[in-house]
Design a protein around this ligand. Structure first.
Ligand code: PMP
Length: 288
């Protein structure tokens, strides 16, 4: 495997960064997780736009233009002979001093890794996932806007550990008002009486690229969609529930906090979202 590291392709074993990089010292940096389907980098423009917005939000000057980044992403896939996979694009603040201030960090580091991924075992896409609410709350959007896809995932990692300790693969995170924010690496949707509802970014949800795809699918299916504050009660009493994320794609949820969702199996609306999603992935993006 070859990794793109600041303009060069280096073998995986040699792809290393300085211990003085603020990405390592402070989680000071941003990233995107992107999928490659059938030689098509799905929603590449949208990912690069979100990266730019994250960069602006944390006052980080990207050292490469959007088209340079797009070319580098595609070239990383080509160099690794991939037609399907998962791409991790990171920009760290760069090498600096030990203090918090990014002033001494002269050049951000750009890293692109392209590899294979299977987040959840295949059977969960057929049978659905069981999820649980965990105690760790999502960081207040006023403290760290959830729209910034930063390298600092400790909040979500703690929630993931809590889910795993309880024997579950994914966790629902509430915000500090007690409303549903999102899952540790996925956005959450429910279906209730023919309406599709997801949580708003103001509740602590990342503006997921797959969330936007699901919103477009709702429109194509002629289903009304709202981004509303949701309580756990709303999830427990939903007809259907599903998660969206680049790695997870669209995955049905059949149990929340020990309550069966609907019939306890993936419902027809979720199935039609999945079908539409699959039809889009190798078309709506940049071909290698
Ligand atoms: N929420 C969080 C916290 C995430 O890290 C992610 C990405 N894994 C998502 C939602 C889903 O976003 P996307 O569809 O852009 O992958």
């Amino acid at each position: 495997m070859h990794v793109f590291l600041n303009g060069k392709f280096v073998p995986k074993e040699e792809a290393s960064v300085s211990v003085f990089d603020h990405g390592l010292l402070y989680g000071d940096g941003i990233f995107e997780g992107i999928r490659l389907y059938n030689s098509c980098v799905f929603k590449l423009e949208e990912h690069l736009e979100r990266l730019e917005l994250s960069a602006k939000a944390i006052l980080l000057d990207l050292p490469m233009s959007r088209s340079e980044l797009a070319d580098a992403v595609c070239e990383t896939c080509r160099q690794n002979g991939l037609t399907d996979g998962y791409i991790r694009l990171l920009v760290t603040r760069g090498v600096g001093h030990l203090g918090l201030s990014p002033k001494g960090c002269e050049t951000p580091s750009v890293i692109i890794i392209a590899d294979k991924i299977q987040l959840y075992p295949k059977e969960y896409y057929e049978d659905g996932l069981k999820i649980i609410t965990v105690p760790t709350r999502r960081i207040n959007p006023a403290a760290l806007p959830p729209m910034v896809k930063s390298l600092n995932y400790l909040n979500n990692i703690l929630a993931k550990i809590e889910a795993q300790q309880a024997g579950y693969l994914e966790a629902i995170m509430l915000n500090d008002e007690g409303y549903v924010a999102e899952c540790t690496g996925d956005n959450i949707f429910l279906v209730y009486k023919g309406r599709i509802i997801t949580t708003p970014t103001s509740a602590g949800a990342l503006r997921g690229i797959t969330r936007d795809v699901a919103i477009a699918i709702a429109d194509e299916l002629g289903l009304p969609l709202d981004a509303n504050n949701l309580t756990r009660y709303d999830l427990w009493n939903a007809d259907e529930c599903f998660l969206t994320g680049t790695a997870a794609e669209i995955i049905p949820v059949v149990e929340v906090d020990g309550r069966k969702v609907g019939e306890g199996k993936p419902g027809p609306v979720t199935r039609s979202f999945l079908e539409k999603f699959r039809a889009k992935v190798s078309v709506e993006g940049k071909m290698l």
